[in-house]
Design a protein around this ligand. Structure first.
Ligand code: ADP
Ligand code: MG
Length: 693
């Protein structure tokens, strides 16, 4: 088994015809071993299986013919073009292959040789194919690589020809595909009618018919999803069964008093989420829940109740936010809500002096601090808890998946509540958050009015500025968001600074304008944010650092510069910064999109305010792979499968993977050894196989 596998690791250099230079070029395609080539699949196929006699060819269509080289010649046209002409005949007629400016072609052919030509047939005085694909048949050869079959067409890079790559693939398939190990138990393959791996690879490259291509891909996609789901199943098992959770006591009066102390009524969804969280926390298993809700839906207050419950049960809680500004905001909000309960809240951000930070860390370690709020990195890396009971991760879509497991190290039995404003389609949820239970906040708090969104071209800039002035004169405030400017290689920071200078000294010189960007020190940012919140600044020019969570209800206008540079999800997040108060609010997208796709995306965001709808639209427009920033989600990239189009297979794979882990939680069964092996190849040491019980 091992020997066979190492066989696949053979360098491409060992293939005849691959020298150092070729090897370098292949490397650019990610091809360094035989295995790489075996799994480098065609982009599409061409049906060249139907050989015609010359008499039978259809004019104007791509045809494949077989015949004998009768003669060839090179001639020059009056305009100086070099034409190579190859006459091929069979017992029914003659056809000409024509190559332009490739006189060297004549070296490849011999009179009397058998050849296959493929290409669009045209009729002039004679039958002719311009620039045909061709294959020369050796006398003894019965199988054709390039012709007379369903022919694979590979993605290419410079200096590699289709023929060359196809020949390599053929060589690899012929000599090595028998070495590919079979990961799936026979029983499982039979049950789902999955072809074996060798068949799959062989036919993905050189299919015997079109049905075989389909069956091959089904197998490859299944495997890809299956191993991912095995990893997720293991994670679930580790979390749910490997660790004993805290069984919290629920005091019925707590929720009552909590609600009374709020300045608003909880929405039905918020209450439902709270109930789900209570159930998790009552249970002896650790909570592992995702709280999903559109921007502004009120996730924080739900998390706040979970925190209160934890602290009432004499455990500590933490909240991790993606930015300092957000951590600060949480600190203010939560300190206020939790004030009646005598909770000890601390804020840990990097801008604090070192000795103060040390003090906070000590008080967390001793158990004196009940709730600590900080940025993700800071809490994860530096803080030891006395008895961590709950970790809340805000705006999870900013972090990778792995961080959650790191967190578990801090408090083995801690509950985890992940919050995200990025709505994700169900299939994606199964993949990324496959180990989480999900609560959804469906509705926005009452009284919210949808943000009026307009897409405006550069020519409308003057009007937009006037509109902003009017609104400010009515007492409102505005955000102006600037992305990186690609052409000039200006960073976001530079772009925002330039915009700031211009607006403050020219366009809006009668108003107070502020600037905030990621390169500023935390204290500096804090001062600016505070001024904006207090209404001392009327306009805040910023980079996308305000994208998440910032809550200033008097700010009712957002102008997004170069809006076409942002993803739909990001625009939706940005837009969520306004429309938080009682005023009519506006999001103006300044953009001159060049492509149709960009235009469609802007239309989509201007026409809908529903995050889920936008997510689906984004999915349609971008296709999978880039769904709503899968990279941000920490989703592993798919090679064969498409989360968008292969949902069915994904769900099959998920069920089988979970069943296997249920039966054999550590993959100790020798029959599952190949799965274990593949898991390690795919995810390295990121997946722990810890023993349970
Ligand atoms: P997000 O889900 O985007 O994190 P927040 O938790 O920041 O949203 O809430 C947005 C705003 O809505 C906050 O000002 C919060 O006080 C307010 N809010 C939350 N729940 C309600 C509610 N049920 N009724 C009215 N306002 C609410
Ligand atoms: Mg929030």
């Amino acid at each position: 088994m091992q020997a066979k596998n190492s066989n696949l690791q053979t360098s491409v250099r060992y293939i005849k015809g691959v020298g150092p230079k070729r090897a370098d070029t292949l490397k650019r395609l990610g091809l360094t071993t035989i295995e790489d080539i075996l799994f480098y699949l065609p982009r599409r196929y061409e049906d060249r299986s139907n050989l015609k006699t010359i008499k039978e060819v259809e004019i104007g269509k791509a045809q494949t013919i077989k015949g004998e080289v009768l003669t060839f010649s090179v001639r020059r046209t009056k305009k100086g073009m070099n034409i190579f002409q190859l006459a091929v005949g069979d017992h029914t007629g003659v056809i000409y292959g024509i190559w332009f400016n490739q006189p060297f072609m004549r070296k490849f052919f011999r009179v009397g040789e058998r050849v296959i030509l493929h290409g669009k047939v045209e009729r002039y005085d004679v039958l002719q194919i311009n620039q045909p694909e061709y294959e020369i048949l050796k006398p003894e050869e019965t199988v054709n690589i390039h012709m007379g079959r369903i022919t694979p067409i590979y993605p290419l890079t410079q200096n590699i020809s289709q023929r060359y790559l196809r020949s390599l693939a053929y060589y690899a398939v012929k000599n090595y595909s028998h070495s590919i190990g079979e990961m799936l138990p026979t029983r499982l393959r039979a049950k789902h009618k999955l072809v074996d791996m060798q068949f799959a690879v062989n036919n993905a490259h050189f299919p015997k018919d079109f049905g075989a291509i389909e069956r091959s891909y089904r197998r490859l996609v299944f495997d890809e999803f299956f191993i991912l789901q095995i990893a997720i199943a293991l994670k679930c098992r580790n979390i749910k069964e490997g660790l004993a959770g805290i069984s919290h006591k629920i005091d019925e009066n707590l929720l009552e008093s909590f609600r009374k102390n709020l300045p608003f009524e909880l929405t039905p969804s918020q209450l439902k989420a709270i109930k789900e969280i209570e159930n998790d926390m009552k249970s002896a298993k650790p909570m592992n829940r995702l709280l999903e809700g559109d921007v502004g839906s009120g996730k924080t207050v739900v998390a706040c109740y979970a925190i209160l419950l934890t602290i009432k049960n004499k455990f500590q809680a933490c909240i991790m936010a993606p930015t300092e500004i957000l951590a600060q905001q949480h600190y203010m909000t939560l300190s206020k809500i939790l004030a009646p309960y005598g909770v000890n809240v601390e804020l840990l951000v990097s801008s604090l002096p070192e000795n103060r930070k040390e003090e906070i860390r000590k008080s967390v370690k001793s158990g004196e601090t009940d709730l600590i709020i900080g940025t993700h990195a800071l809490i994860q890396e530096d803080v030891d808890f006395s008895r961590l009971g709950l970790a809340v991760i805000d705006e999870q879509h900013k972090f990778g998946v792995t961080q959650r497991s790191i967190l578990r190290e801090k408090g083995k039995s801690a509950d985890i509540l992940v919050m995200t404003a990025t709505p994700i389609p169900r299939t994606l949820a199964l993949t990324v958050y496959g180990d989480l239970d999900i609560s959804v906040i469906k509705e926005l708090p009452p009284g919210r009015r949808p943000v009026n969104t307009y897409w405006v071209e550069e020519s409308g800039r003057g009007k937009v500025y006037n509109f902003i002035k009017e609104e400010i004169n009515k007492g409102r405030q505005a955000y102006i968001v600037c992305p990186r400017i690609k052409e000039t290689e200006k960073s976001q920071t530079q772009a925002a600074s330039m915009m700031y200078e211009k607006l403050k000294d020219e366009v809006f010189k009668e108003f107070s304008v502020g600037l905030i960007h990621g390169k500023m020190g935390a204290q500096e940012k804090d001062v600016v944010m505070k001024k904006f919140k207090e209404g001392k600044l009327k306009i805040l020019v910023s980079t996308v650092i305000i994208e998440v969570g910032i809550d200033v209800s008097n700010a009712s206008i957002m102008l997004v510069e170069n809006a076409e540079r942002f993803g739909l999800a990001q625009l939706h997040q940005l837009r969520g910064r306004v429309g938080r108060g009682e005023y009519d609010s506006y999001c103006i997208l300044m953009a001159n999109p060049r492509t149709e796709l960009a235009q469609k995306r802007l239309k989509a965001i201007a026409e809908s305010t529903d995050g889920f709808e936008i997510a689906e639209e984004d999915l349609e427009l971008r296709g999978s792979g880039e769904i709503f920033g899968t990279r941000q989600h920490g989703l592993p990239e798919m090679r064969f499968g498409s989360i968008l189009h292969d949902r069915g297979i994904m769900e099959l794979a998920r069920k089988e993977a979970f069943d296997i882990i249920k039966e054999d939680p550590n993959l100790n069964d020798p029959r599952n050894y190949p799965i274990h092996q593949r898991l390690k190849e795919r995810f390295g040491n990121k997946i722990e196989l810890i023993k349970v019980g």
